[in-house]
Design a protein around this ligand. Sequence first.
Ligand code: COA
Length: 256
Amino acid sequence: MSDPILTHFADGILTVTFARAEKKNAITQAMYSLLAEATRRARTDDAVRVLLFKAEGDSFSAGNDIADFIAIGAQGGGGQVVDAPVFQFLRALSELDKPAVAAVRGRAVGIGLTLLLHCDMVVVAEDALLSVPFINLALAPEAASSLLLPTVIGHQRAFEMFALGEPIDGRTALAWGLANRAVASAEVDTVAEGLAAKLAARAPNSIRKTKRLMRDTEALWTLMQREGEAFGSQMSSPEAMEAFMAFTQKRAPDFG
Ligand code: COA
């Protein structure tokens, strides 16, 4: 099987590409470990000026791999396990003080969207579809999205996105402040690469200090852990198991 996360470094830009297109770039535990490693490298390697997230195939990411959810839920959910690969990635994201850029085509589901809340410049396809269907899966928000999403788009819009799980398109994401540019799907990567190149040419210490001033790393990490408690306890709940099984059996869940 080919590597599901590809990394490429050139001209100050570390590009991380989701490469599991046949599963809509759903993210497994192994992939979170690779993402954590790349994100830590982006912070600690002086040669890296910008981190760029891209994807192969027709979707940015379908979010956490649901087969992994089933396996972890069956083992008791794990509660809040900060050593888990997903938490390593979230911690690395919260600590990243260099610019991150994302190029989003197609579906961005769950962490495929909440990851964008940690990126500083986001380019979406006009027809991209972004959603956070945590409640459809009987789960809870993660990646500090319970704070960051309402902060960016407002409580009512964020609550509707969490509670109904319905997607918004790229044009709406731009209008609501979730993205910097909404462009034709074929142009997404080029526009994102152009922005990353511009950022890579900026004064590196100045841009890092600016990003640090704009984000409270410790508060984000504390919230991620609190969210993890809710997420972890839900993951092994009967209602979440019903939602996961419904997905694999391609039917609607029955929360009776
Ligand atoms: N975890 C595991 N596998 C997933 C997945 C996920 N999150 N998302 C998609 N896949 C798999 C599908 O099971 C399918 O596998 P198969 O070909 O072996 O049957 C393959 O990827 C293609 O997905 P499919 O559902 O057929 O594509 P689609 O274009 O009809 O729909 C999505 C795309 C993203 C809308 C749909 O796959 C989906 O809703 N995925 C779940 C999203 C989700 O709830 N993620 C968790 C958020 S917390």
